[in-house]
Design a protein around this ligand. Structure first.
Ligand code: BG6
Length: 470
């Protein structure tokens, strides 16, 4: 092999047409939170109420300003070799009141972004709900309310009608379990309620809304695909003893199969339903709902993978007065020797991504899927900026490469995995961590009017996408 061949030699070659790109969300990137007729969402509202709940007191108005800089950003996506990008539409920008009249300025903005992506040969993957409930909808109960499910279906139908001629990959929800956990169980998202019964109703309505969105999309006979993006956290038992195995299985039912089964199979996991029935937590289910869920499973699944769960049998019973939680059935433990991303407090376990893909292949009909998020949030990246002004994020390159090796292995064993998107394209504002952890291929300098510069990982992924492997 001569030098040139050695440089371009690809050991890990991905299937033809593999999607390379990244993901972002409206509230985390757009900024312009109160211009051109955008309505408030729960993030704008919560920040007004409790700015101290946000890291460094920085709220959602201070994002990377994609609303104004999308052309520059899309040019950078093109430069680093993206052939796809997942964005989301802000419901409250399109429908300031959640329902009612559509905002023409928002229609124009999203057309411009979609057109710009397509003109740069970047396939738009468009999400319809990424944690950002319009405030007007939250005020009538958010996902607890059936009325909100109906309003959501009107909103998504308007999106399909308006943009469906151009957008061929739609996603009904991003990580729908997170608003349930954050908003109704563990108090890290608005409305900061801690109530398991409500959490179940919210989860159920979200699942129903997704199925109804799929139904609405298919009714329009547009020639694209519709899916959902789920954060899957493989649950590994501490040991093979029956109590640990059972604990891991229940944990999996609560946090993975709860959304995965209805989205892909159209059914609910029996073990979870049994618990909900026994504890009196079953949601209100209207006539016809279960058929809607059964008949409207997704075409494609986005898998967000960050970390596994390490689970053991429950060792001590919770206080009888403590509110019911999934953790009544299991405990977490720290696996000795585990690798950590200490900045985010998350374990790094690359093989988890392979285990998820294998599980989808074996137990979920090998549904078409892609890695819709994976990434490493790191604090204080400025210290890695070199004399030429580039952040040398070798740790991120290692992180991506090691995960990709497992994705490659899964693909070579027949997994229907079609792409890999990093979280995220450029450093952006995160829900409660603001700009603490940086995730992007591109850095954003907040002190210099959001100046962008490609990190070393951005140049690395440019090569990977060009060679369709590494
Ligand atoms: C996913 C979300 O949960 O992880 C993103 O889809 C989020 O919106 C990302 O930003 C990283 O998590 P965090 O909390 O570190 O921003």
């Amino acid at each position: 092999m001569n030098n040139q061949e050695r440089e371009t030699h690809v050991t890990y070659k991905f299937p033809d047409g593999f999607w390379w790109g990244s993901a972002a969300s409206a509230t985390q990137t757009e900024g312009a939170s109160d211009v051109d007729g955008k309505g408030k969402n729960i993030w704008d509202h919560w920040y007004e109420l409790e700015p101290n709940r946000f890291f460094d007191g920085v709220g959602p108005e201070k994002t990377s300003q994609f609303y104004y800089k999308y052309k520059e950003d899309i040019a950078l996506m093109k430069q680093i070799g993206h052939n796809s990008f997942r964005m989301s539409i802000s419901w409250a920008r399109l429908f300031p009141e959640g329902t009612g009249d559509i905002n023409p300025k928002a229609v124009e903005f999203y057309h411009n972004v979609i057109d710009e992506l397509i003109a740069n040969d970047i396939e738009p993957f468009v999400g319809l709900f990424h944690f950002d409930m319009p405030l007007a909808m939250q005020e009538i109960g958010g996902w607890e309310s059936r009325e909100v499910v109906d309003a959501y279906v009107r909103y998504v139908t308007a999106c399909f009608e308006e943009f469906g001629g151009k957008v061929k990959k739609w996603f009904t929800h991003n990580e729908p379990i997170v608003p349930v956990e954050g908003g109704y169980l563990y108090d890290f998202h608005y409305p900061n309620i801690v109530d398991f019964k409500k959490a179940v109703q919210v989860a159920y309505h979200t699942i129903l809304s997704s199925a109804k969105a799929v139904e609405a999309y298919r009714a329009l006979s547009q020639d694209g695909q519709i899916g959902i993006v789920l954060n899957l956290t493989p649950s590994y038992p501490r040991s093979q003893n029956p109590a640990d195995l059972k604990a891991a299985r229940i944990c999996d039912a609560f946090f993975n199969r709860s959304f995965l089964d209805p989205s892909v199979k159209g059914t609910f996991p029996e073990d979870l339903v049994e618990i909900l029935k026994e504890k009196g937590f079953m949601p209100a289910i209207a006539k016809g709902d279960l058929e809607t869920i059964k008949n409207n499973t997704v075409d494609i699944l986005g898998v967000n993978y960050y970390q596994p769960r390490r689970v053991k049998a429950k060792e001590s019973m919770p206080h009888p007065d403590s509110p019911f939680m999934p953790e009544f059935y299991f405990d977490y433990y720290e696996m000795p020797g585990r690798k950590m991303n200490r900045h985010r407090g998350w374990e790094i376990y690359e093989k988890g991504i392979y285990d998820i893909l294998s599980n989808l292949k074996e137990n979920y009909g090998n549904i078409e899927c892609f890695i819709s998020e994976n990434g490493m949030g790191v604090e204080g990246e400025e210290k890695f900026r070199n004399a030429e002004g580039m952040i040398e994020d070798d740790y991120r390159i290692d992180f991506i490469r090691e995960h990709l090796k497992w994705v490659h292995k899964a693909a070579s064993e027949g997994s229907n995995v079609k792409g890999y998107h990093l979280w995220t394209f450029m450093d952006n504002w995160s829900w409660s961590n603001a700009y603490k952890n940086r995730y992007g291929f591109v850095s954003v300098n907040l002190d210099k009017d959001g100046e962008r510069s490609i990190k070393k990982s951005g140049y690395w992924i440019q090569e990977v996408s060009k060679n369709n492997g590494f």
